[in-house]
Unconditional design. Sequence first.
Length: 119
Amino acid sequence: VQLQASGGGLVQAGGSLRLSCAASGRTFSMYAMHWFRQAPGKEREFVGCISGSGRNTYYADSVKGRFTISRDNAKNTVYLQMNSLEPEDTAVYYCAAGLTTIPKDFTSWGQGTQVTVSS
């Protein structure tokens, strides 16, 4: 599956953004979808993931309660709704497809989309 992330931009602290990750192929619902982020000078960080059916979601403690992952399998798209954004959320955000919700052994990655949160 090929992935294309979009929706990044510049937002003030406290604001919201919604990222999208569109997938090609007819087997999108078979994949758990993950979001990661990487800030300058830091390692890539797990943000959260959603199961193929959409019934199960998991989040990093740093975003729990502020970020929500959802998916529309009919549109082959997964979303990352980010609310109450903080400057510390500034990073390049990536989506990835995996066979399970365990954040490893990914089959493909999106190209990343920049999110910048100003204070």
